[in-house]
Design a protein around this ligand. Structure first.
Ligand SMILES: *Cc1c(COP(=O)(O)O)cnc(C)c1O
Length: 463
């Protein structure tokens, strides 16, 4: 009976039309919707507090419930006035491809499991290596985000450095292994620290390098490196958007035998924009890189890429075996920690296919220009100060003191014209504005800046 019912649902025109209608209703209002769910939408989430149903519920009814109570409690990050964290929107072709791929429901573990995903992974790998100006031999693994990509790149580093000292990490483990040094900047992203912990290096063993006022590693402060060392650099500081000076650092560490990994979650894409690629010059000399699709180039969420110039190290670090494995030309699971994976490559391919080289370049440039506009307009308002050099898409704004900054952030959030979060910058509170959506217009920026001014007025007027 249940099977019969579900066959009917699978072929139900009505169900498809219902979903299509909800999608279109959502997308046609999302750009104008409040940037944060209303109090009511959030309190309505109690409708999901129910025990697991005993009986079958029709798909249409399940979808109705999501549309009614789920949609209003989403964050409209697809829209143009959400500037929280570093959060990308979604390019229409990528979003549409994901809808189609939902029906395909591919498992990208092996070529034999999904010839189309295997093909797209091979093609996109070459496209990205080309776009980012990386060496020809670089290979890519398609993972959930930069957290995992950082983990994979550093796992490859660990494999190679230990292997060079006659130690097989896979067989011998980490206990009793030769020492590995990890060197990184004081502003390394928290996910880099998480990867360091997961890989067993120990966060207390990190050799920290002092940073300058933009959060860039000071090259002269880098300790002497050797063939036991992993050096982790950054393309895009999560607060200021600044880039380490790769060229200078390469010059200083050349010949040391150290492995260089670059966390370029959102910043690495600067390499694909004509006027911004000076920021990433020298990245091609690293050994591994981590970058997101879902931030700067606006693929749907759950899309990160690990890139590695040492294919053998990456594959050996993430390798898995089993009697049932059938090898193909490209089996994605050798480049990622997982075996079964959804077909995120479909959306990444569609996004790049749709944007093309010039589209990627102009998207990245547009994010930068909107950030410059934001900074320029906010500086005109007395009481606000931009505290970083706006080299990419991030703008850090401060008020006269921390208490005021914190209250203004809260007020901006309450006004719901735009959404920004707070962060800490050299011990002080800052408002962090991240321009990361292709939908953000010059008008969105002006409207948001106006909201900053209103918030400041209200907070100072009230005190
Ligand atoms: C966002 C970010 C990460 C983590 O990426 P996820 O895709 O969220 O896993 C790592 N490093 C930097 C600099 C980031 O901005």
């Amino acid at each position: 009976m249940l099977q019969h019912h579900m066959f009917n649902e699978l072929n139900s025109q009505e169900l498809r039309a219902q979903v299509a209608e909800y999608v279109s209703k959502y997308l046609s209002s999302v750009l104008e919707r409040n940037v944060y769910p209303s109090e009511e939408a959030i309190s309505d989430l109690v409708h999901f507090d129910e025990p697991l149903p005993e009986e079958f519920t029709a798909a249409g009814e399940v979808i109705d419930k999501l549309a009614q109570y789920g949609a209003p409690a989403t964050l409209p990050t697809v829209g143009g006035r959400y500037f929280g964290f570093v959060t990308g929107s979604s390019v229409p072709a990528g979003m549409a491809a994901k809808q189609l791929a939902t029906a395909w429901d591919q498992n990208c573990a092996m070529q034999v499991l999904s010839p189309i995903c295997s093909k797209l992974e091979s093609v996109v790998e070459r496209w990205i290596v080309d776009l980012l100006g990386l060496p020809e031999q670089v290979v890519a693994g398609f993972v959930s985000g930069t957290s995992t990509a950082n983990f994979c790149g550093l796992a490859a580093a660990r494999y190679r450095l230990l292997q060079r000292h006659g130690w097989d990490i896979n067989r011998d483990g980490l206990f009793g292994a030769p020492e590995i040094r990890v060197v990184t900047g004081e502003h390394a992203h928290s996910t880099v620290l998480k990867a360091i912990a997961l890989l067993g290096f120990g966060q207390d063993n990190i050799e920290w390098v002092e940073v300058d006022d933009q959060g860039r590693m000071i090259p002269e402060e880098i300790p002497q490196l050797d063939e036991h060392t992993i050096l982790i650099l950054q393309a895009g500081n999560v607060n200021s958007g600044s880039f380490d000076d790769f060229t200078q650092i390469n010059r200083m560490v050349a010949g040391s035998g150290a492995w260089i990994h670059i966390d370029g979650a959102f910043g690495l894409w600067a390499a694909a924009a004509d006027h911004l690629k000076y920021l990433t010059s020298g990245v091609e000399l690293a050994h591994s890189w981590a970058v997101d699709g879902h931030k700067t180039i606006n693929t749907p969420y759950d899309c990160g890429i690990v890139l590695c110039a040492d294919q053998d190290a990456l594959v050996s670090a993430l390798h898995m075996q089993g009697g049932y494995i059938i090898l193909g030309d490209r089996d994605g699971m050798f480049y990622t920690p997982e075996m079964s994976r959804r077909g995120r490559i479909i959306e990444l391919w569609a996004t790049l296919k749709s944007l093309g080289r010039t589209g990627v370049s102009s998207l990245v440039t547009q994010l930068h220009q909107r950030a410059l506009q934001f900074a320029g307009e906010i500086e005109m308002i007395e009481g606000f100060r931009v505290v970083n050099d706006v080299v990419f898409n991030q703008v850090l704004v401060q008020c006269a003191n921390d208490e005021l900054t914190d209250r203004v952030i809260q007020r901006i959030q309450e006004l719901r014209e735009c959404w920004v979060g707070g962060s800490r910058w050299f011990g002080r509170s800052v408002i962090r504005v991240s321009i990361c959506s292709w939908t953000t217009t010059a008008e969105d920026v002006a409207r948001s800046v106006h909201s900053f001014a209103v918030a400041l007025d209200q907070v100072t007027g009230a005190s």
